[in-house]
Design a protein around this ligand. Structure first.
Ligand code: ATP
Ligand code: MG
Length: 650
């Protein structure tokens, strides 16, 4: 089939800054290749060697047992995840800060590793006193406060399985997730703060608990002090049970494959799935990738801006950095509270060195304008990261110039809830980057872009992103639905892991993730990715963000419909609409000329910040929405979009 030539993906490589490479853990592409080849030749030997990074109570006897699609990593090994993330660092540097937390109102909490250990142990004992046992599931529905990582580590310490549900979810979404995981205990708060307003978490949690017979106890953190309803016998204050608990809680050994957590994916593609991760392989690959991808050093101040309710927060706020004994920054609230420079104020205050954020956040910073950065000294930054969606080259360059001051490498990290840790990413001292590409697979990861017969497709051809061999932090199953696990990930292309993303691999072996397989648009026999057209739109000076979908077209098969939000200072007009259509057709080719451009104040996104093209597709096609919208961030947006559309068509 005739393939489309992706002009916007022909970006020039940006070599790693020489000063950075000199001190980096991996200093050159040759060095990366050597490690990669070693891992490819003997994956089990390679991972077996890396596993020495962890503290084991009993050494594993076998690295991998693979009966497709089920993997067991580090068989026979015993360890404790909380011991690895906390205790062993206390032995080395008890007074090093583990957590620098800042509330939206500016109040602060600083916890050293010794203090973190005490709080984790007390909370673990408190859970035990409530009858929580290894293997029991604990639901966590908290704002971004220190008790959230403490709760997760407390569970890990006693072998309880946590299921963190993002604090913005509704009562129904929470109840569904509690029921699916059969959680016994819920941990919540009287409320949280978002843009200065109280979010009444306990009210929502109480509404959910009306339909959750498996929950025996509800532990409530006092965060806002607002009056809340109370059910005697079920509800307990966190501070009461923490105070009553003993501060020593020996870390018990658990099997390598002991379940660590269940996490539901964000829902861009439909019904949320409970992704199950286990202990040793997950922790190891998080720890190892944090070290390599972020080039982590002992004196770094590391800030990942994700919410812990998503996998990025699990792997790269909690488990990866803490397993390395790092100092992490955690912020409670919104990036524009009280002003749009809040993030840069935080970077300046804590002298953040590593900043890991999302493509969606970078586009927001770009829309707000660079004047918000000029007020702050952010020269402590040495490395920038992005995740979550393909980053448009224009946004990448803005990140590099305006935030990184042309001195900080950017790691564009591709991974999924299911993969547990970063699988494709530059190594910042070694890999030349190309704006918009996640570049090369990590050592130990055999990533290939293939057709449905698992044959690699050529440069410039769009195919399916696959991982050809199991890896330690892979999901073990979909909780309660092993059939779905097998079907969705291992049978679409038999024998390999099917990521569900469309991608291209260029002549240098660089991987360009183009978005979901479902988001590929077919116009007159050409396959265009939504990302290419969106990137063309975002390269126009008036555009902040764009989402592109297809609607059926009698002649061309599919026609392109663009939803666009504008940067501050630009306004909607008929001329601009035509100019944008023209811009896409000049940038990519007339084949990609949009049939329609619609302006909106905001795009529909998941609560983790990803554009929900599924809903836009429905809107473009049918003029309304009937699909699942429970994971939508702003429920009003669909209504406003539908209205805006109606007005334009009048
Ligand atoms: P659901 O599976 O429920 O639809 P989700 O896929 O959005 O939710 P995540 O696991 O958080 O939930 O996201 C993984 C997806 O995000 C990837 O499959 C990919 O589409 C996209 N993604 C993540 N990082 C990158 C990146 N660096 N470049 C391009 N796409 C990325
Ligand atoms: Mg997904």
């Amino acid at each position: 089939m005739q393939e489309f030539d992706p002009h916007v993906l022909e970006e020039k490589a940006v070599p790693p800054p020489a000063e950075f490479s000199k001190h980096a853990r991996v200093k050159s592409l040759e060095e990366y290749r050597k490690i990669y080849e070693r891992a490819e030749r003997d994956p089990e030997g390679f991972w077996g060697e890396q596993a020495k990074m962890l503290d084991w109570f009993s050494q594993p006897t076998r690295v991998l047992e693979w009966k497709q699609p089920h993997a067991k990593w580090f068989v026979g090994g015993k360890l404790n995840v909380a011991h690895n993330c906390v205790d062993r660092h206390v032995a080395k540097h008890a007074d090093k800060p583990a957590l620098l937390w800042e509330a939206e109102d500016g109040s602060k909490v600083r916890l050293t590793y010794a203090e973190l250990q005490e709080r984790v142990c007390r909370f673990a004992n408190a859970l035990k006193s409530l009858g929580v046992k290894a293997g029991d599931c604990v639901a966590i529905y908290l704002p971004m406060i220190p008790e959230l990582p403490i709760a997760m580590l407390g569970c890990a310490r006693i072998g309880a399985v946590h299921s963190v549900v993002f604090g913005g979810f509704s009562a129904t979404a929470l109840a569904d997730r509690i029921a699916d995981a059969k959680s016994k205990v819920l941990i919540t708060a009287d409320g949280g703060y978002r843009r200065g307003k109280v979010v009444p978490l306990k009210d929502t949690a109480d509404a959910a608990l009306k339909n959750c017979p498996t929950i025996e106890k509800s532990i409530v953190v006092k965060r806002t002090g607002e009056k809340v309803a109370w059910q005697e016998g079920r509800d307990l204050w966190w501070h009461d049970i923490e105070k009553a608990a003993l501060k020593d809680c020996p870390a018990a050994p658990f099997d390598s494959e002991h379940p660590l957590y269940i996490l539901y994916t964000s829902g861009t593609t439909g019904k949320p799935k409970g992704v199950l991760h286990t202990s040793a392989g997950y922790l190891l690959q998080c720890m190892w990738s944090t070290r390599l991808v972020f080039d982590l050093r002992d004196d770094d101040i590391y800030w990942c801006t994700a919410d812990i309710g998503w996998v990025t927060g699990h792997s790269y706020i909690v488990y990866g950095p803490l397993a390395n004994g790092a100092t992490i920054v955690m912020y409670e609230g919104a990036p524009d509270q009280p002003r749009k420079d809040r993030f840069w104020e935080i970077v300046e205050r804590y002298k953040v060195t590593i900043f890991y954020s999302s493509a969606t956040a970078v586009r927001a910073f770009m829309a707000w304008g660079k004047e918000w950065l000029d007020k702050h000294d952010i020269s402590s930054l040495r490395l920038l990261g992005t995740v979550g969606e393909p980053i448009n080259p224009a946004a990448w360059k803005w990140y590099y110039d305006v935030i990184g001051k042309n001195r900080c490498p950017i790691v564009d990290t591709w991974w999924q809830t299911e993969t547990g840790s970063i699988l494709i990413s530059p190594l910042p001292g070694a890999t030349a980057t190309k704006p918009g590409s996640a570049t090369l697979p990590m050592p130990g990861i055999i990533a290939k872009v293939v057709n449905m017969k698992n044959e690699p497709v050529g440069p410039g051809e769009t195919g399916y992103l696959t991982i050809q061999k199991p890896w330690p932090s892979m999901l073990r199953t979909i909780y309660g639905d092993d059939d779905r696990y097998r079907r969705e990930y291992w049978e679409k292309i038999p024998g390999v892991y099917f990521a569900g993303d469309a991608a291209q691999c260029d002549k240098d072996g660089y991987i360009w993730v183009l978005g979901r397989v479902d988001d590929v648009i077919k116009v007159a026999g050409h396959r265009l990715s939504s990302m290419e057209i969106e990137s063309a739109l975002v390269s126009h000076p008036s555009v902040a963000e764009a989402a592109v979908v297809a609607r059926p077209d009698e002649i061309k098969g599919e026609a392109i419909v663009c939803f666009v939000t504008l940067r501050s200072g630009h306004s909607i007009s008929g001329e601009l609409r035509v100019a944008l259509m023209e811009h896409v057709s000049v940038t990519i080719g007339s084949i990609a000329r949009p049939a329609d451009v619609r302006f909106c104040d905001i795009l529909p996104k998941t609560r983790s910040g990803k554009i929900m093209r599924r809903l836009l597709r429905e809107l473009a096609h049918k003029g309304g929405i009937s699909g699942d919208t429970t994971t939508l961030e702003d429920m009003g947006v669909i209504e406003r979009l539908a209205k805006a559309q109606g007005q334009e068509e009048e």
